[in-house]
Ligand binder design. Structure first.
Ligand SMILES: Nc1nc2c(ncn2[C@@H]2O[C@H](COP(=O)(O)OP(=O)(O)OP(=O)(O)O)[C@@H](O)[C@H]2O)c(=O)[nH]1
Length: 421
């Protein structure tokens, strides 16, 4: 019999309310003991909640959901108590003293939902992204996956693969009879399916949305990189001084601008001579950041503009700067809103499209495997091989939504969740 687990599912106390979840075969018994009997299923009731000694701990809203149609697939109870530290601690202590109950591991409620078939892996991954979403775009992207849109799309593709396989099997099974052949639409349906899977796979991976677009500020020492970095962040995260070579290492800060997740990266000033050993290491890292950045802002001379970088003319308030590039001043704020508008626009171009499903890297690999298997289907040669390729495509789509996923993969995914989720 599975353990019965419990945890505080709402945020850290103190808070207005605290939601404690209990999931597993003894959830009903535990709630009944503490709340003086079970409330009717799915109907909240206000009850005095007591510990094993009968001492009143709080007056709370209690709810009872009988499995398997619950969030976890188990029997599930919820206690919505006052969110004070001592109240929550007393309720958790009372639960810990009940036999057969133990505190939940991070992500364990969601893992139960997955193993009980309430959600698939794509939905669980979406949920993990939704919980860590900090910007509007991240929220919208993750909600599509968590809400099952991605899974429904995969299910649709899987059904179409099964349909194609059925046509092939029919021809194989009735090979002796002349009048059984593949439907005329077979090749068209196959090509359409491959096209859809390929198109979705080509969208930027959702990790890019999760991790943010790296905006790298680069240029020679004293160009004004750290000042611009601070102006964009509107805080004093970077050290700003007039001494050349102050920023010796790479400093990065995630920031949400216009709902778009960006990671601003300040780098050491690049110069060819006169740099000490430590500064040299910073310059090396700066070069790497320039190479890896999604967007690179160049605050140096136009004739040294790195490939793909955007020319910025910094310290525009001083005048006499180079005339090329977007003029900005960290001191007066001139040009900053144009700069952020441009960053948001460029970032949106390289992020997964809003309101369309997109894959993470793991999902994309399986989608590409499925597409490859479908592309190998050749109805003009041995149909047994075509049938095997269709089976391989179906298996790849199954893997994508987590049918037969490995324990390590699940540990890694559910470890990303917090306790109580
Ligand atoms: N007038 C004016 N001065 C600026 C502006 N931006 C930066 N400065 C000054 O220029 C000097 C260098 O600025 P930083 O932001 O430290 O330059 P950096 O490119 O990060 O320099 P390193 O860390 O050496 O690579 C400082 O004295 C800043 O106050 C600006 O927009 N206008």
């Amino acid at each position: 019999m599975a353990d019965t687990i419990y945890a505080l599912s709402s945020g850290a106390p103190p808070a207005g309310i605290g939601v404690i979840r209990i999931s597993g075969p003894r959830a009903g018994e535990a709630l009944s003991r503490m709340a003086g009997g079970l409330p009717p299923a799915r109907s909240p009731r206000l009850r005095i909640v007591r510990n094993g000694e009968g001492e009143a701990l709080d007056q709370a809203l209690v709810m009872w959901f009988e499995g398997p149609n619950t969030a976890t697939g188990d029997d599930l109870a919820e206690i919505h108590c006052h969110g004070g530290r001592a109240v929550v601690a007393a309720l958790l202590a009372a639960l810990s003293s009940i036999d057969g109950l133990r505190e939940a591991e991070p992500g364990e409620f969601t893992r139960r939902a997955f193993s009980n078939g309430r959600i698939d892996l794509a939905e669980a991954e979406g949920l993990a992204d939704l919980l860590s979403a900090e910007t509007e775009l991240q929220r919208r992207g993750a909600l599509l996956a968590a809400g099952g849109n991605l899974s429904r799309q995969i299910e649709g593709w899987r059904d179409r693969v099964l349909g194609l396989a059925a046509s092939i099997e029919a021809v194989i099974d009735f090979a002796d009879e002349d009048d059984v052949s593949l439907p005329a639409s077979f090749s068209r349906e196959l090509d359409e399916l491959i096209g859809e899977i390929r198109a979705t796979s080509q969208r930027p991976a959702t990790e890019r949305l999760r991790d943010g677009i790296r905006v790298v500020l680069a240029g020679p020492p004293n160009a004004g990189k750290s000042s611009l970095f601070n102006a964009l962040l509107s805080d004093d995260a970077a050290i700003v001084t007039s001494e050349a070579g102050t920023t010796r290492d790479v400093l990065e800060r995630p920031v949400s601008i216009g709902g778009v997740p960006l990671v601003l990266v300040d780098t050491a000033g690049m110069r060819d001579s006169g740099a000490g050993a430590i500064e040299e290491m910073g310059i090396e890292r700066a070069r790497k950041e320039v190479a890896n950045g999604h967007i690179v802002l160049w605050l140096g001379a136009p004739d040294e503009l790195p490939f793909g970088a955007i020319q910025i003319s910094a310290k525009s308030d001083l005048g006499g700067g180079q005339s090329e590039g977007l003029e900005v001043s960290a001191v007066t704020g001139f040009g900053l809103s144009e700069l952020t508008d441009m960053l948001v626009e460029k970032a949106r171009e390289i992020l997964p499209p809003v309101d369309q499903i997109a894959f993470n890297r793991r999902q994309r690999e399986w989608a590409q495997t499925a597409a490859q298997s479908l592309e190998a289907v050749d109805t003009h040669s041995d149909l047994l091989i075509a049938a095997e390729n269709l089976r391989a495509a179906r298996r790849a789509l199954d893997r994508l939504v987590g049918r037969d996923s490995t324990e390590e993969m699940l540990d890694a995914l559910f470890g990303r969740f917090c306790i109580g989720k």
